[in-house]
Design a protein around this ligand. Structure first.
Ligand SMILES: Cc1cc2nc3c(=O)[nH]c(=O)nc-3n(C[C@H](O)[C@H](O)[C@H](O)COP(=O)(O)OP(=O)(O)OC[C@H]3O[C@@H](n4cnc5c(N)ncnc54)[C@H](O)[C@@H]3O)c2cc1C
Length: 474
């Protein structure tokens, strides 16, 4: 990354000279390394081709940049940590990338109001590390937290592993500063808990993937760090048993803060790719074949007697309770390493869907049967935030299959998947947004009338269609 190195010269076909002259040297980069780095996201599907990268340091910089681009008809793609999995931050059509990475200042932590002021480019994990010594946290948490930005989390309304306890990012944002494509600066809600004065515009910018405005600053809402977290890991013989375990966990005398699941194929893949990682369950009783694993985290309450009852009931094949923070981390690592283990050195097609908990059992049975009969050559990995009805479905390309055939078959299997989702009134994107990759599937989850209102909102905030154009919808 060469963001701080001023480029020697910037060709005018990339940035018009009169625009360049309005900003200090080093504000833009056209270094090849930067174009490739900042022009793409984690999805890796589209080839990056941005015209240049801009590195503003303040809301005023963003405002000036957007108004100048608006006047000149220059398309702009906001870019956070680029961990998005739907291509939302990809610039593949010569757009200017607006990277928030220099806007990484952490401001005042108010320990009475439990709030923290940040710029949008602060890394999610840096917020956690900043709050932890105060006994506080911002409870937005998932495997990519070491790279994702707060602004990216807000713009994707990120979910993660503790939604079951805390809800989505939306619930943890009190105030926002947003800049529209015209350069207007909107200060939305400040640090107010209560503000019943008509439309809450703040919510419109949360989860709309940078298509309506650029988030530059936020007042985050904090919560006390859990004091008595416990982490267990279970092996179960069927998905039906997982759901029964979940129901029992809901009724337990403790706070349930995570309930994650991974299929046996995912567990074995992590073991293969992370042999250094200690994994539980080396042996099972004869005849016991685990089908799915569950990571469960609780806070406070009486977990011991609940565990005794679960083991006595025969619902789980085996289970462990972490005995130290290090063991807790080891169990979490199994869950957190699933995606990277499957993705490592192989071509993978992925989907992220959700259905209501009550439909999960029938939905997964239908889906598994469809993959088994229709696509027997696929290696299918299912894992996710089961407590939120959210499944990640990863399909790995068989070695003998060409990429072209793999894509063709994935398109067909996606059609089946989305029809199931529609039939079960679910969502074709639970937490990864729409970006460009999920655009063709949007109509399985949104009605034509809703999509028409999407368009009207876009026209209201960005009538020239210059801010993240072609993302979510055309
Ligand atoms: C291993 C792995 C695990 C993941 N697990 C989860 C998970 O459990 N839950 C989950 O929800 N997601 C998960 N993700 C997806 C991703 O990390 C989240 O969507 C995250 O919130 C994206 O943040 P980012 O800063 O990387 O955003 P980017 O990828 O940079 O951008 C995402 C979108 O937001 C827009 N954007 C970024 N910053 C701004 C801004 N300041 N203003 C306006 N628009 C902006 C971009 O244009 C783009 O459309 C995972 C990703 C990986 C790689």
């Amino acid at each position: 990354m060469t963001a701080s190195t001023p480029p020697k010269s910037i060709p005018s076909d990339r940035i018009p000279l009169d625009l360049l002259s309005k900003f200090p040297s080093g504000f833009f980069s056209v270094e090849t390394e930067d174009l490739l780095h900042y022009g793409k996201d984690w999805s890796g599907v589209l080839s990056p081709d941005p015209s240049a990268i801009a590195f503003p340091a303040s809301t005023a910089d963003v405002s000036l940049l957007l108004s100048e681009c608006n006047a000149r008809g220059i398309a702009v793609v906001p870019s956070g940590g680029r961990t998005g999995l739907s291509g939302g931050a990809v610039a593949a059509k010569r757009e200017l990338v607006l990277s928030l990475s220099r806007m990484n200042q952490i401001g005042e932590l108010d320990s009475r109001a439990l709030t923290l002021e940040v710029q949008a480019g602060v890394i999610t994990q840096a917020v956690h590390e900043h709050c932890s010594p105060h006994g506080l946290t911002w409870p937005v948490d998932f495997a990519s937290k070491g790279s994702s930005h707060v602004g990216g989390n807000i713009s994707t309304n990120a979910g993660g592993v503790r939604v079951i306890r805390y809800g989505l990012t939306r619930h943890w944002v009190l105030g926002l500063t947003v800049v529209t494509m015209a350069g207007e600066i909107l200060q939305l809600n400040g640090a107010l808990e209560k503000n019943n004065t008509g439309m809450d515009l703040r919510q419109i910018f949360i989860g709309t993937e940078g298509t309506l405005g650029v988030v530059t600053e936020a007042t985050l809402k904090l919560t006390p760090l859990p004091k008595a977290s416990q982490v267990c890991f279970f092996a179960l013989a069927s998905f039906k048993n997982v759901l029964e375990l979940f129901e029992r966990a809901r009724k337990g005398d403790f706070i349930l803060s995570a309930f994650e699941c991974l299929s046996a194929a995912c567990f074995n893949e992590v073991k293969r790719h992370a042999p250094d990682l200690r994994t539980p369950f080396q042996k099972y009783q004869e005849g016991a074949v685990p089908d799915t694993y569950v990571l469960m985290e609780t806070d406070g309450g009486d977990l011991d007697s609940w565990l005794t009852q679960v083991f006595e009931s025969g619902l789980v094949l085996d289970g462990v309770l972490a005995q130290s923070p290090q063991e807790q981390q080891e169990l979490w690592s199994i869950r957190e390493r699933v995606a990277e283990s499957i993705l490592l050195k192989s071509e993978v097609h992925q989907q992220d869907i959700s259905v209501a908990i009550r439909n999960l059992e029938a939905f997964t049975a239908d889906l598994s049967e469809r993959y088994r009969l229709g696509y027997p050559e696929f290696e299918v990995f299912i894992f996710g935030h089961i407590g939120d009805g959210n499944l990640h479905v990863f399909i790995r390309k068989p070695q003998a299959m060409s990429s072209e055939e793999f894509h063709r078959k994935c398109e067909a299997s996606d059609g089946d998947l989305f029809r199931f989702v529609e039939n079960y009134h679910g969502s074709i994107s639970a937490e990864h947004g729409i970006g460009v990759l999920k655009k063709p599937a949007l109509s399985f989850s949104r009605s034509p009338v809703e999509l028409e209102y999407f368009r009207k909102l876009k026209i209201a905030f960005d009538p020239k269609n210059l801010l993240n154009p072609g993302k979510i919808f055309d």
